[in-house]
Ligand binder design. Sequence first.
Ligand SMILES: Nc1ncnc2c1ncn2[C@@H]1O[C@H](COP(=O)(O)OP(=O)(O)OP(=O)(O)O)[C@@H](O)[C@H]1O
Ligand SMILES: [Mg+2]
Length: 269
Amino acid sequence: MNNKNPIIVANDLTIAYELHRERKKLVALQDISLEVAPGEFVVLVGPSGCGKTSFINAISGLVPKASGSVTVRGQEVTGPGPDRAMVFQDYALLPWRTVESNVRMPFEFQDLGISDDEKARRVKECLSLVDLTGFEKSFPYELSGGMKQRVGIARALITHPDILLADEPFAAIDAMTREAMQAEMERIVMETGQTCVFITHSIDEAILLGDRVVVISYRPGKVKEIVNVNFPRPRMSNSEVKTSKEYAQLRDHIWNLVKDEASQTNRGE
Ligand SMILES: Nc1ncnc2c1ncn2[C@@H]1O[C@H](COP(=O)(O)OP(=O)(O)OP(=O)(O)O)[C@@H](O)[C@H]1O
Ligand SMILES: [Mg+2]
């Protein structure tokens, strides 16, 4: 990529896990190099176990690297920070807390130096951004899957992070709600100008949301190919995108790349 000031830079990043029982290391990702520009939406696809979650965990500072580097705004990542927020696949809401109280959680872990009034304003703002105004006092069990995921997104947005890291956030959601959530995600990212690194197993989701789709190869994960997606935004509300010839070609291309890699997973180690 030609951008001079990328916000995230992974340089020959390798991540390995100690397998204590077997007394060996498992190399999950090997020599990954990737630059992400501010405001860019990058989607990671690849077979199960290729290291996608490991990669965004390294950006968020949740797993240590074995070698290479990952920097955010030029600073080596050494741990989590309010500039990077995660949206989890399984919502990760606390069931005994209300919507409002779940959304406020990041304030309890990070001192952002903001006043109580500002905190309250942000809770209101973020709930409105995900269309959940009026559900402040509801508990997670009273919400649908799509609503729970929107609480997870509101919680991720509360610190006004520059970077949103999303790990298959819509995997457990039905097809109709999923489309609505994709549109919501596109709108929010367009509105806030955030940089997003997003993992999915859906090629359609990858093409509809991504500026670039990074295909990761089977373990140890490496960048197999980076595919540019140039459809204008908003894409979700534009029915011409999905029915275009370019879309079908892109879909086939990415599908073949992923299929090649997925077949490796069945060949044993
Ligand atoms: N904490 C851990 N300890 C040991 N091995 C791990 C750990 N986390 C992940 N791994 C291994 O690293 C590899 C990559 O895992 P990762 O979760 O990053 O893959 P993924 O691409 O996100 O897969 P999926 O699509 O199934 O979510 C896998 O072989 C996994 O078993
Ligand atoms: Mg994963």
